[in-house]
Design a protein around this ligand. Structure first.
Ligand SMILES: [Zn+2]
Length: 54
C-alpha cells in the first residue's frame, strides 16, 4: 500500500506497479516520495511539491 508523502492518503495502485500519482526524489537522496493525484493538482511544479515535504 502506497501513501501520499504530503497528505497521507492512500494512493491507488494500478497494474504494472504504476501508481495513480507520481513519485518525487529529493535532490541528493534516493528516497522515494509518492505523491497522490490530488496533491499533484494542488501543486503543479516539482519544486512546489518538494516544499511540502519535510
Ligand atoms: Zn496527497
Amino acid at each position: 500500500m502506497v501513501k501520499c508523502s504530503i497528505c497521507g492518503s492512500t494512493i491507488q495502485e494500478l497494474f504494472l506497479e504504476k501508481i495513480k500519482g507520481t513519485v518525487l526524489h529529493k535532490p541528493g537522496s534516493k528516497k522515494q516520495y509518492p505523491i497522490c493525484f490530488e496533491c499533484q493538482k494542488k501543486w503543479l511544479t516539482k519544486e512546489e511539491l518538494l516544499q511540502q515535504l519535510r
